[in-house]
Ligand binder design. Structure first.
Ligand SMILES: NC(=O)c1ccc[n+]([C@@H]2O[C@H](COP(=O)([O-])OP(=O)(O)OC[C@H]3O[C@@H](n4cnc5c(N)ncnc54)[C@H](O)[C@@H]3O)[C@@H](O)[C@H]2O)c1
Length: 282
């Protein structure tokens, strides 16, 4: 399979980064969101990111040429032009099922439908479509332009051809692919998110304050950033959603989300994206 035009659904922190790396690799990109303000913000953020990379001489083309390959659109029907769709909308299974079902209706039968979900079953997403063999997980890491890994997730129905085409895409994006079977949280979040959740329990129980917990894990476990700062970067709503998927998916109470995490999401303290999480941001 060869892809020239890629649609990215969701222009949040992941969607904008995914659009950026595809455009940098020469693909034409349609960046879709239900919210036109999110598209404007996404395009502005990725343009700043491209300019920074150009200043560091890390781009082989003019950043304006790369950004020029990306078209923002709130029009869902514009996605028919894509040969590959990467869904990066909010981490909510019902929402993703709706999006996949709609995509299946409008996209040509040959279009591959990939999800950037952090934890939701690719097998169940595939099952809402009439092309389950062409549904696959393509899980980018945050921040997308800097992180080398892509997890490629095979649903039970994903064909070998679709899977191989994602390995080729990862290669074209200059990323390293690791394959995961379709289990809740895949590999990275199965391991990472319980660690973050435990850090939140550590704060909740007053074992240490946020700065102490993060400092302890940076200096004591050689993590490049502390787990609470990382939770703020990921988004606390996304962290909660992943813990809920692990908790329900494994029916094991060791994955129960910390009550403080739930309370912070209820309060709208979602981390960097809302300016307040475990830390305050400008
Ligand atoms: N945040 C991370 O560190 C991270 C890392 C890897 C994967 N992910 C996954 O990426 C996805 C997006 O996460 P994010 O952090 O970018 O979230 P975000 O909250 O920053 O952005 C989500 C975007 O989706 C848009 N959206 C919601 N419903 C939509 C619809 N029906 N059609 C089009 N757009 C819609 C929202 O308007 C918003 O702009 C989630 O599945 C998440 O689990 C997140």
């Amino acid at each position: 399979m060869s892809f020239k035009t890629v649609a990215v659904i969701g222009a949040g922190q992941m969607g904008q980064g995914i659009a950026q790396v595809f455009a940098t690799a020469g693909f034409n990109v349609i960046l879709n969101d239900i919210d036109s303000a999110a598209i404007e913000k996404g395009l502005a953020t990725l343009t700043r990111s491209l300019n920074k990379l150009a200043d560091k001489e890390l781009l082989s083309e003019d950043p304006a040429i790369i950004a020029g390959r990306i078209t923002g659109s709130t029009d869902f029907s514009a996605l028919v032009a894509a040969e590959l769709v990467v869904e990066a909308a909010t981490e909510n299974e019902a929402l993703k099922h709706k999006i996949f079902s709609q995509l299946d209706k409008i996209c040509p039968a040959s279009t591959v439908l990939a999800s950037n979900t952090s934890s939701i079953s690719i097998t169940r997403l595939a099952a809402v479509t009439e092309r389950p063999d062409k549904v696959v997980g393509l899980h980018f890491m945050n921040p997308v332009p800097l992180m080398k890994l892509i997890e490629v997730i095979k649903g039970l129905q994903t064909s070998e051809e679709t899977y191989q085409s994602m390995l080729e895409v990862a290669d074209k994006l200059n990323k390293t692919a690791v394959t995961s079977q379709d289990r809740p949280g895949f590999i990275v979040n199965r391991i990472l998110m319980p660690m973050i959740n435990e850090a939140i329990f550590t704060l909740y129980e007053g074992v240490g304050n946020a700065a102490e917990i993060d400092e302890a894990m940076k200096l004591g476990a050689a993590h490049p950033m502390g787990p609470l700062a990382l939770a703020d970067l990921i988004g606390l709503d996304t962290c909660l959603s992943i813990m809920q998927v692990l908790n329900e998916g494994f029916s094991d109470s060791k994955y129960r989300p910390c009550p403080l995490l739930k309370q912070m999401v209820d309060a709208g303290y979602l981390g960097r994206k809302t300016g307040r999480g475990f830390y305050q941001y400008d």
